[in-house]
Design a protein around this ligand. Structure first.
Ligand SMILES: Cc1ncc(COP(=O)(O)O)c(C=O)c1O
Ligand SMILES: [Zn+2]
Length: 450
């Protein structure tokens, strides 16, 4: 083959400044040019994985269809698509060693959470479909993440981060030596991400600090305490710049040596790896059902979920959904449209397009109230590529989706978990009765939070 026809090899590249990092980087976290004065950088993986593995147990080439259909663990089933797998291969771990590493962490998680990762259900919901006027061809297909590890999709994102940490430590590629010198993990969240992080940390016996708002309490804080997380309360102080005080304290801890165990791709690019398993599962399940998916409605907080689904779910059109109580993504989209900016140009104008939501974010869907859509560039890309657009659901639509989703599906899902469905309600007049629509019921209901 002519050299010039070879695909460019896989690497991390910042969507903003184009700085690159090799895939073999043990702890890639964020763009090297991001600092406390300028966080407007976002790593993504570009290029393709070039090697065919002579030692691969499946002896298959690495391609977009590569699936180990024997496994019902998504990280094993789609292992060869994971960036972590390419990293591990490059630092000398055999295919068998990579499989063992995934299985071992999954076993540790099962010991703490009761079960490890398994494919989650994806099925047409007849009740929701009929209530919204779909005919028999069309309808609403629900991906149900409420029984996933930690009660939401979030642990998928952090599984690959923990794989990365364990391997870097065991091969002495990390800046600390041995498990007794491990720096603490850090995350800013008082919801599902915190529970997912604390669950995986407990499974790996890794200390974790969780930065929560000063008023936080209830079920989530109780669960975090039971998982031995150190809870650090953060207050917005007089004269603080705009932005979440928990993120501010989280960044301070990371600057002091803590590990960014965050579900924000801008702080921890490795979380954007495992999050894609949800879309790959949907692809495989839709293929088994013999259906194509016309549209997908995805709820957006920090944007890691939507960014990952955009990069993995085989869907004709993406609609990313926020609430009227906090809609920085739609605001950025509208401004970019006026400026006729493509994703590349948008990245260059981050400060003019994406900044913290001005008023106190408010909605019953309180898991998507991140005042900034940190991973907005990946979310933009999915919408631009698919000719989709963002939707700002009214609070009434958020509440209606919660009622409809729970009553028709019987799934114990939260208002955050049904917020994608609210986007469908918002534009139901524009949807044909034979269209196939997918939503993710992303998290279980918990008393005192959604
Ligand atoms: C249940 C649930 N769904 C969706 C989201 C939104 O995910 P992201 O912040 O990646 O946009 C969250 C975030 O907390 C969540 O808890
Ligand atoms: Zn950069």
């Amino acid at each position: 083959m002519n050299e010039s026809w070879k695909p460019a090899s896989q690497r991390y590249c910042c969507r903003v400044c184009a700085a690159e990092l090799p895939i073999a980087t043990p702890l890639p976290w964020r763009c090297q040019r991001a600092n406390n004065f300028d966080r407007h950088h976002a790593l993504a993986v570009i290029g393709s994985r070039e090697s065919v593995e002579s030692e691969s147990v499946e002896s298959e080439s690495v391609d977009s269809e590569s699936v180990d259909s024997e496994s019902d663990n998504p990280f094993l089933a789609f292992r060869e698509r994971l960036t972590w797998d390419a990293f591990a291969q490059q630092v000398g771990v055999t295919a068998e060693g990579r499989i063992e590493a995934i299985a071992a962490l999954d076993d540790d998680i099962a010991a703490v959470a009761g079960s490890g990762f398994r494919f989650t259900p994806f099925a047409r919901n007849d009740g929701v479909s009929a209530a919204l006027g779909f005919n028999e061809t069309g309808g609403v297909w629900i991906k149900d993440e409420t029984n996933n590890v930690g009660g939401s999709h979030k642990a998928r994102h952090l599984f690959t981060t923990m794989l990365q940490l364990r391997l870097a430590e065991s091969l002495s590629l990390a800046p600390w030596s041995g498990r007794s010198n491990r720096p603490a993990l850090a995350i800013a969240s008082c919801g599902n991400a915190a529970i997912a992080a604390a669950t995986i940390a407990a499974a790996a016996r890794w200390p974790i600090q969780v930065f929560v708002p000063h008023w936080a309490g209830g079920t989530v804080v109780d669960m975090l305490s039971a998982l031995d997380a150190v809870i650090i309360r953060c207050e917005r102080l007089e004269g603080d710049p705009p932005g979440d005080p928990c993120i501010r304290e989280f960044r301070r801890a990371v600057a002091g040596g803590a590990i960014p165990f965050s579900v924000q791709g801008t702080e921890n690019v490795t979380c954007l790896d495992g999050g894609r398993t949800i879309g790959w599962e949907i692809g495989s399940q839709a293929r088994h059902l013999g259906i194509g998916i016309d549209r997908m409605f995805v709820q957006v907080g920090g944007g890691a979920l939507a960014s990952c689904l955009g990069a993995s779910a085989p869907v004709d059109k993406f609609h990313m959904v926020q609430t009227e109580g906090c809609a920085p993504l739609s605001r950025a989209w509208a401004l970019a449209m006026v400026a006729d900016a493509d994703v590349h140009a948008a990245a260059w104008h981050w400060a003019e397009l994406m900044w913290p939501w001005g008023t106190e974010p408010k909605s019953v869907a309180d898991g998507i109230l991140d005042d900034e859509t940190y991973d907005w560039l990946g979310v933009f890309e999915a919408m631009v590529r698919s000719n989709g657009w963002p939707i700002t659901a009214t609070e009434a639509e958020i509440v209606a989706a919660y009622g409809l989703g729970r009553s028709k599906s019987g799934i114990d899902v939260s208002a955050t978990g049904t917020a994608g469905l609210a986007g469908l309600l918002a534009i139901i007049e524009q949807i044909g009765p034979d269209e196939r629509v997918a939503v993710v019921f992303s998290g279980v209901e918990r008393p005192g939070t959604s």
